[in-house]
Design a protein around this ligand. Structure first.
Ligand SMILES: [Fe+2]
Length: 312
């Protein structure tokens, strides 16, 4: 039996549609969704319509589903979450709110556990290296080949704190997303699978929609990582023409930049924004619209020189 595993769609319904079509062509009959369906790109309702139409699906929520409850306000920082919360239909919002945080299943006789973040399984042990704000600095010279990333993940997970945390798990499959880094490994029957991000890969790798196929046969689990290419320039044109871009330009431009490089920029941007706000004596938090916009202007002028690893 073949299962398709998706995570971190982030409103990119176009990428999800293509990934679902690819999975069906590859013979997937079961579908697992590991959270973060909304916020960042402007097609959350369309993404949810696709997910809700999939038969034989197991679905959990991510941390961005919680961010939809952002308080009202006129700051710039959280405007993208408010835009998304306004855009979602009440029915979709209620459906998201009812999703479980974790699931434990038995699929073809194999125990399968799902959580949005690896922290549910191995605490923070993965974050020392496999964190999106750090990853670009490990691979500063250009796109990282899939086999290099896979080898780094498996050697990192085979030693130290993470190896001990994995060894403490019951044998089975552990599915998570959250860091947008597509990886997997079999560590003595504890099989960790991160399908990466359908809508916004941040693993310094290839463009396209990332997801993974898991085949369970006679108790054995095999994994295939997929990356479905699409016309990114066309998508970016549609994002820039959206009302989300008009309402939340700063966040949306950061996301577009991340789409182009598969390298996270939000963490460094927030640090720069803090520096900028401090330099002008602005103590307002969340960041006010004018400061938020001016910080992006400053970022676009200086970030390539300050953080070249984020732009290769
Ligand atoms: Fe995410």
């Amino acid at each position: 039996m073949k299962y398709a595993i998706f995570s971190d769609v982030h409103g990119n319904a176009h990428a999800l549609k293509l990934a679902l079509e690819d999975a069906r062509r590859e013979g997937a009959e079961g579908f697992l969704f590991a959270g973060d369906y909304c916020i960042s790109m402007p097609w959350a309702n369309e993404a949810l319509a696709l997910i809700r139409s999939v038969p034989n699906a197991h679905i959990i929520r991510g941390n961005d589903e919680n961010h939809l409850a952002v308080p009202s306000g006129d700051d710039g920082q959280f405007e993208v979450a408010r835009w998304c919360a306004r855009a979602l239909t009440p029915e979709n919002r209620a459906w998201l709110d009812a999703l479980p945080h974790t699931l434990s299943l038995t699929l073809v006789g194999v125990p399968v556990h799902m959580a949005h973040s690896s922290e549910a399984f191995v605490s923070k042990a993965l974050h020392a290296r496999f964190r999106t704000s750090r990853l670009p600095f490990y691979y500063p010279d250009g796109p990282v080949p899939r086999d290099v990333l896979a080898a780094d993940f498996r050697s990192f997970a085979a030693t130290g704190e993470l190896a001990a945390a994995i060894a403490a798990l019951e044998p089975g499959v552990y599915i998570f997303g959250h860091n947008h880094i597509q990886t997997w490994g079999d560590f003595g029957g504890r099989i960790l699978i991160n399908p990466g991000s359908v809508g916004l890969p941040l693993d310094c790798g290839e463009p396209g929609a990332a997801y993974s196929l898991m085949t369970i046969e006679n108790g054995a689990v095999t994994v295939e990582e997929r990356r479905v290419p699409y016309d990114l320039e066309c998508l970016i044109g549609k994002i820039r023409g959206s009302s989300q871009h008009a309402s939340a330009r700063v966040w949306t431009e950061l996301i577009i930049s991340e789409l182009c490089t598969r390298r996270e920029k939000v963490a460094q941007f927030l640090w720069c924004c803090e520096d900028y706000a401090h330099s002008i004596g602005d103590a307002r938090r969340p960041f006010a619209k004018d400061t938020w916009q001016a910080a992006l202007d400053e970022w676009e002028r200086t970030a390539r020189d300050r953080f070249p690893a984020l732009f290769v």
